[in-house]
Design a protein around this ligand. Sequence first.
Ligand code: SF4
Length: 450
Amino acid sequence: MGAQPCGAPGLYVHVPFCVARCRYCAFASSVYDRAGAERYLVALAREAAGFGTWALGFGNGSCAESPKPKAESRPFATLYLGGGTPTVLPAELLERLCALPAIAAALRDAGERTVEANPGTVDAARLGLLRRAGFDRISLGAQSFDDAELALLGRVHRAGETAEAVRLARAAGFDNLGLDLIFGLPGQRPEGFLASLEAALRLAPEHVSLYGLTYEPGTPLAEEVKGTAPIAARHRYRYRNRSGARNGRAERKDFSPLRGSDTDSDSDTDADRTGTADGPRLRPCDEEAERDMYLAAVGRLRSAGYAHYEIANFALPGRESRHNLNYWAGGEYLGLGAGAASYLDGERRVNTGDVAEYCARVEAGRSPVESAERLGAEKRAREALMLGLRMTSGVDLAGFRARTGFDAQAIFGATLESHLAAGRIELASGRLGLTLEGLLVANAVMADFI
Ligand code: SF4
């Protein structure tokens, strides 16, 4: 499939609240509290109203720094309500959110309406409400089907709750459902990850996303890997002990995910407890195991009928995420809420990710935009190529030239040549795409094109 911008922009709405912070999370989110959520919804309504005349022909267009209103109405092609955890909101706040004019209009008119949800935060009432409001696609953050891995990640749910969430979503009428999984966890072996993938496939999702765990600076997992924070007590035994006897997982016995500790010992030393700089560290998954997980998962998903259409994304025929396809095609989108990004009329804007700051700015009639950049023609072309390479269908070079005015081989010269020579990129039938080898190091390859 070739990704082409679909014309009308996508609408992304961010709900920056969660039950608790996951231990790897660097997203704009904070722990849910009712007063904070109510304040946020008022601010969100006000920000959305500022884009009213631009997008849909309603609202007052009063936000001083919103894009120039356009005479014509521009309905949104897709809607994505993400987070955070939208389903942490109680039913009455979800109802209020869905009734905001911009969201209500997108729920009525957009061709795809996705809501993100986390197992452990959904029930029949919330799911029924969301489905009746117009959401037709749900993306569930399963992440793993191993309870100890979920605990290590700091997820609030357990594996059984994912199966229940899928059952409830189906009962509510969601016939387009995606599951997200994370691989490359400390101590994870390929067979462990593939067991999670099999558990996910048994739930028959229409879409599967696979993300490699990253250690974002400042997160508890990153600190534990650096050795600047002690490994949380409840994870210490499993992720330190070579024998695996206490957790009964014999398959981990030849793999020690800790650095700087006596991994044969069952005792908690002082160093284990304090996690000094010289003490034990959480050991990231080794690269070879991570590579094996990804390749095996790609093969398994393909054999199960899922098209591998983007680096991390797999879908049954016709069930690709249209909202995300628009991003990768370089299409326009409007992001509302704390931390949300927009790309409109050649300008990229990012709102402050600090929820309190976001509310304060909007309440004071100031723009929540923290950074804005107008992209020049060449930068737009570079980004278009980088985003296009995320798609397994690659980039049609003639189409790229027609769209951007640039010849890819001329502007990327030596960079392109070196990746072609190294077998990370291939050129076939006028299309440029990542090879399987390139997919494994995709982020590094794409960074070279910026
Ligand atoms: S549920 Fe998502 S957004 Fe919320 S803390 Fe966890 S990773 Fe972050």
